[in-house]
Design a protein around this ligand. Structure first.
Ligand SMILES: [Zn+2]
Length: 290
């Protein structure tokens, strides 16, 4: 079936709306914070959520961006995020690594490399810090939900990565809408979790949305790349396979959650944020920087 541009864009909006309602991602009067990096997926999500939000007169939408402080990259990303927010009339909040952690990401990488620390790949490191920053920001703006632009591709890659890393119980937690596990953790929702990345990208083109196309200079998660290539090859030969993987996990998730149950959350002894460890991963990383 071929769709014209307009109908294609509408089909993405319709699919997202269906995902949001199927997983009961939002309540009618929620304040929803959308994490906007400036990349195609997140700006597309902002545009789609702005449309969905209009159908919920008592809901409110805000955008949150993280300024990691990566030279030649972050400035442009933040500018594009801000432009899209302005166009849609959505309030935009920015939190920075520098303010939260005392260093920009560039400075952190430099420090760790100078110390000869065998740090995790920069992406994984940044991911942990971003996650915490987004949660803090979402709490600050009193959001009920934090929406991230993870696509079907991201989700299936993460499933495989968790298996590759032997961290399978993590799969239980990475669900379309997280549970209320701790009052300090804003519940996260993934309205694009059933939409392939190809389609979110096409959506941005079709709707003429401006996004950052420059890749992050630290982007180098080798294993994720391998998972991406593998999944894309499989999908080409066996269309629908990504969706089948995603749905398979959805089916066995209750059993995984049963096993993962005993891993309770408490507050980090350093910063008081929720964690499963004694000291949260962000604070562990901060100690590495000292
Ligand atoms: Zn901590």
């Amino acid at each position: 079936m071929k769709l014209c541009r307009k109908c294609f864009a509408r089909s993405i909006e319709e699919k997202t709306r269906a995902t949001v309602s199927k997983y009961q991602m939002v309540r009618f009067d929620d304040k929803i914070a959308v994490a906007v990096s400036g990349g195609k997926d997140s700006v597309s999500l902002l545009h789609v959520m702005a449309k969905i939000e209009r159908e919920y007169p008592r809901a409110k939408l805000v955008a949150i961006s993280v300024d990691e402080g990566i030279e030649g990259y972050t400035d442009e990303a933040l500018e594009i995020a801000a432009e899209n927010c302005k166009e849609l009339g959505v309030e935009h909040f920015v939190v920075s690594f520098k303010d939260l952690y005392g260093f920009t990401f560039d400075q952190m990488v430099k420090r760790l490399r100078n110390k000869g620390d065998d740090m995790l790949t920069a992406c994984a490191y940044c991911g942990v810090l971003r996650r915490k920053a987004l949660n803090l920001a979402a709490r600050k703006v009193e959001a009920d939900r934090l929406a991230t632009a993870h696509t079907l591709d991201d989700e299936t890659q993460t499933i495989l990565l968790n298996i590759f890393h032997g961290d399978v119980l993590r799969i239980a937690k990475e669900k379309p809408v997280t549970d209320e596990v701790h009052p300090k953790l804003v519940r996260r929702i993934k309205p694009f979790c059933e939409i392939p990345e190809k389609e979110t990208a096409l959506y941005a083109y079709v709707r003429g949305i401006k996004f950052q196309s420059r890749p992050c200079p630290y982007a180098s998660e080798a294993l994720r790349n391998d998972a991406r290539v593998m999944l894309n090859r499989l999908e080409e030969k066996h269309p629908g396979i990504k969706f089948t993987i995603f749905k398979s996990i959805e089916r066995i998730r209750p059993a995984l959650e049963e096993v993962a149950k005993e891993e309770g959350l408490h507050e980090c002894s350093e910063c008081g944020e929720p964690t499963t460890d004694e000291v949260c991963r962000t604070c562990q990383m901060r100690k590495q920087l000292e």
